[in-house]
Design a protein around this ligand. Structure first.
Ligand code: PLP
Length: 445
């Protein structure tokens, strides 16, 4: 199909997610046609280094025949069957076992969904059901974080703390509130990172006391905030938060939709930070984005109660445990494991990216360059003032567009530039990524 014809059809009929429809209509979309390894290709013959692994999901990189074959075999045998009415099938049973083997030891069950948003709808219902079964139905409040992201369904966006999402199509789900995020560069520079991390945990405790210490069901957070700007919390943050949650007997939901499956150099972000969450929503890297699948890893405390005391759990999706998606996810996990990819991120690629990415900190436009595993961010500043740019300049979007034009996908969240490349990226490709990012910074200046 010709580029123009595709763009015209797209413009005429396709409403894109998180997009200003009119502005896109005027500008037109870039047509992506194929991909291999860490590169995507457009219809005009350009090769683009995918510094975002699609949407933080193509962990294994593009073009893996093994995943295609796993899908083809499963589609031939049993393309679809539900798991509602006392039926199961080998791929979903095997995938559940594999996930529980990879998860922390107190997690032995998984509930499948079609996406990360559905996973977060599921946790919302699970935690409230759990406390009702425990005879504490008043434990209803769920505390999330400002600028956290937990998806785009009504429950997902309510749990998330993105104000522009709350402002559209409301009202949000009742009984959810938010506390400050551990974003030192953006909000904490008047104190040391460690003091700021403790202050954020103290703000959580204040919120719990304000709501009533017997009224809070759960705290939900990403181990590292992804969509909010690749925000790595100060080292003091998670230990202090863990202590607060333990003090008031509040469940921890660690949203692993981005951090899971190797992004931080551990199978789950929770393992990197030494967390033992009660519930872990997962998606994205579970299938490396080849097919849509998500789920919730459920710790024994909640699972045992739901199983032993809960009766029917009135919740589920047509595609919960979809056999073809499950077969692809299982093969994806097997390949990540067999190829030692998570360990390579931890021992080699993560430290290498950290070294190369930190070099960009010298650029006059960069106020901070940070990374953890294969996730990184650059905070753009105006070299004249060493403060944030005037918002109206949209410096981040400009830098993002220059990157995209010159052959690198980086995302911008305001003036924070983000990368999260496929976990199969090589050192040479990291060099290319850093070089392209520097070039884009030069052109943005
Ligand atoms: N949770 C987190 C942490 C995410 O980053 C996302 C998506 O970016 C979601 C949930 C929602 O996942 P999905 O887009 O698959 O519904």
């Amino acid at each position: 199909m010709q580029t123009q014809a595709c763009q015209d059809l797209d413009r005429a009929h396709h409403l894109h997610p998180f997009t200003d429809f009119k502005a896109l209509g005027e500008q037109g979309s870039r047509v992506i046609t194929h991909a291999q390894g860490v590169y995507v290709h457009d219809s005009e013959g350009h090769r683009i280094l995918d510094g975002m692994a699609g949407l933080w999901c193509v962990n294994l990189g593009y073009g893996r025949r093994e995943l295609v074959e796993a899908a083809a075999v499963q589609m031939t045998e049993l393309p679809y069957y539900n798991t509602f009415f006392n039926t199961t099938h080998p791929p979903v049973a095997r995938l559940a076992e594999k996930l529980c083997a990879l998860a922390p030891p107190h997690i032995n069950h998984v509930f499948f969904t079609g996406s990360g948003s559905e996973a977060n709808d599921t946790v919302l219902r699970m935690v409230r059901r759990y406390w009702a079964l425990k005879g504490k139905p008043e434990k209803q409040w769920i505390i999330g974080r400002e600028n956290g992201y937990h998806g785009s369904t009504v429950a997902g966006m309510s749990l998330g703390g993105m104000a522009p999402m709350h402002d559209q199509g409301g009202p949000c789900v009742p009984g959810i509130t938010h506390v400050r995020q551990p974003y030192w560069f953006g909000e904490g520079q008047d104190q040391s990172p460690e003091a700021f991390g403790r202050a954020c945990a103290a703000a959580l405790e204040e919120k719990i006391l304000e709501l009533g210490e017997d009224k809070v069901a759960a705290f939900i957070a990403e181990p590292v905030q992804g969509a909010g700007g690749a925000i790595m919390p100060p080292a003091s943050y998670w230990p202090a938060v863990k202590a607060v949650l333990a003090k008031y007997d509040i469940l921890l939901i660690a949203d692993e939709v981005i951090c899971g499956f190797g992004r931080l150099g551990a199978w789950f972000g929770s393992q990197h930070f030494g967390l033992a969450p009660d519930l872990m929503p997962i998606a994205k890297g579970l299938s490396s984005g080849y097919l849509p699948i998500g789920g919730v890893l459920v710790g024994d405390r909640v699972a045992d109660t739901l199983i032993e005391e809960g009766g029917e759990f009135c919740h589920g999706f047509t595609y919960s445990g979809h056999p073809t998606c499950a077969a692809v996810a299982l093969k994806n996990l097997e390949l990540l494991e067999a190829e030692g990819i998570v360990e390579r991120v931890r021992d080699d690629l993560g430290p290498y990216l950290a070294e190369r990415w930190a070099e960009l900190g010298d650029h006059p436009l960069v106020g901070e360059a940070r990374s953890l595993g294969l996730m990184g961010a650059l905070e753009l500043i105006d070299p004249a003032t060493e403060e944030r740019f005037d918002k109206a300049l949209s410096a981040g979007n400009l830098c993002r567009d220059i990157c995209f034009a010159t052959g690198l996908v980086m995302r911008s969240v305001g003036d924070t530039m983000i990368i999260a490349p496929p976990l199969v990226i090589t050192r040479d490709e990291i060099d290319e990524l850093v070089c392209l990012a520097r070039q884009a910074l030069n052109e943005t200046a």
